[in-house]
Design a protein around this ligand. Sequence first.
Ligand code: ADP
Ligand code: MG
Length: 357
Amino acid sequence: MTAPQLSMTETHALLSVRDLSVTFATKRGPVRAVDSLSFDMHRGRTLGIVGESGSGKSVTSMAVLGLHTGAEITGSISLDGQELVGLPERELNRLRGRRMAMIFQDPLSSLHPYYTVGEQIAEHHRVHFGSRRSVARRRAVEMLAEVGIPEPERRAGEYPHQFSGGMRQRVMIAMALVCEPELLIADEPTTALDVTVQAQILELIARLQEERGLAVVLITHDLGVVARVAHDVLVMYGGRAVEQAPVDALFAHPAHPYTRGLLDSLPRLDDADDAPLRAIPGSPPSLLAPAPGCAFAPRCARAAAASPSERLRCETERPLLSGPAGLPQVLDSARTGGTPLAACHFPGFPASEGVAS
Ligand code: ADP
Ligand code: MG
């Protein structure tokens, strides 16, 4: 099975997601947690996926790793040309760890309390490479050193509970990278950490990404985190992509009103200490009964200020992800300065770029 080729000139994407939808059957009806999502990931790039809680970020990453059992998955996820949707569990298992790996928000839930961290990292290496115990053990210690754990030889013999939160997250990163995957998915890897440790972990991920030429998907609800490490950004709302753009373009000219709202809610250096936090008013959309039009319309300042006929369009016609010239496209993360895309009938692209030729 081959995914449609959108551009013949680019080197092919490491990860190519096309029209991905993930639907859960629930007692109250089908919940479409991810709806028609498309994006490309290239080696050596970091894609930040942002959005409020419940926007489908984790469901997307778990779909890429093939971790949803019992969900209906449609569309295509291809890793280096190999289709992952519908792949047997045994083959997915081989790819997980070996070619793609994931780090989670809470390392304790992924580390076994009864085994030393050295044993756990070494075991991972042995399973995937069939390496000898001594070799796997040495790789584990080297990996702990690489992620900045002091006295790695000694610490390899300690148990997860003997590590601080930040050090545990480093252990998770060591575990994820010991099999030298090409794709790393980090789902809120720093959310549980205090600000200083958070900065250190982000720095570590950025360094490893560059040194190893990794493709990194960094999932977060924090645009500040994205600004520090991502090359490209995908903004999700109600399971859909509402904006995709290179990070500089997104911060300079957020085209979607939702992205603008997220940026406005970031605390600023010049805020007075007692300034109230700005949040986007309203609540996230229902996934059980999705609106026919733009999911953000009920909370959208642009739609609220629109004429009745414009507003009707927002409420009834679903906007497609499109560039400034109005053409539907998919972000190509290999190109810096790639075209920003927004799913909005009235996007705020810079005026000079908005002129279609
Ligand atoms: P986030 O962006 O915060 O990571 P998630 O991807 O975890 O959001 O969840 C997206 C939506 O999918 C949420 O509304 C969540 O309740 C729903 N969801 C996730 N997993 C399941 C499941 N197994 N069954 C039903 N609904 C689910
Ligand atoms: Mg999540």
